[in-house]
Design a protein around this ligand. Sequence first.
Ligand SMILES: [Zn+2]
Length: 191
Amino acid sequence: MAWRLAVVGITFFLLAKQLALNFKKKRAESDEDEDVVDYNFLTVAAKEADMAMRKEEGGPFGAVIVRDGEIVAQAHNEVLKQKDPTAHAEIVAIQKACKKLGKIELSDCVIYSSCEPCPMSFAAMYLARLPRLVYGAQAEAAHDLGFDSSHIADAIRGTSQFQKTNCTVKRIVHPEVCKVFWKNRTKVRIY
Ligand SMILES: [Zn+2]
């Protein structure tokens, strides 16, 4: 009887161990999948940034809003086109997404921005209840080009003592994003 119990016990232990291993493997795979998905949507944001420069509509900044793996809206900086200093890529993308979805909160969406957002854009994300941000270039890269709206990055990075955020923020070092900045470093019109 005792050996039977022992066999059942060992079998159960091995089964549980295998299940735990499978779970761990699946989780690692899904983390990897998430990185690939994030990278690909950030590529779309980088292409938007490039388009802003090619069309001479604004600075080299792009943003994409995604829900359930589908792009809801994509936009680039249109400050020069619209003659509107607030027409940042993230703002234009949020406006488009809200209009398209017919609602004023985007709590089931993710925003991808080619560059770390300025405080105004970050506030708009906050007001839209966006729970997650993935960005490419750091604010300093935009600052190096001559844009001055990048000083309050501390709140976004969580390094500020007084300004914290509940939004999950992830940065990806993305070659397309770097390329847009480097390519246009002498062409940008500062507004
Ligand atoms: Zn902005």
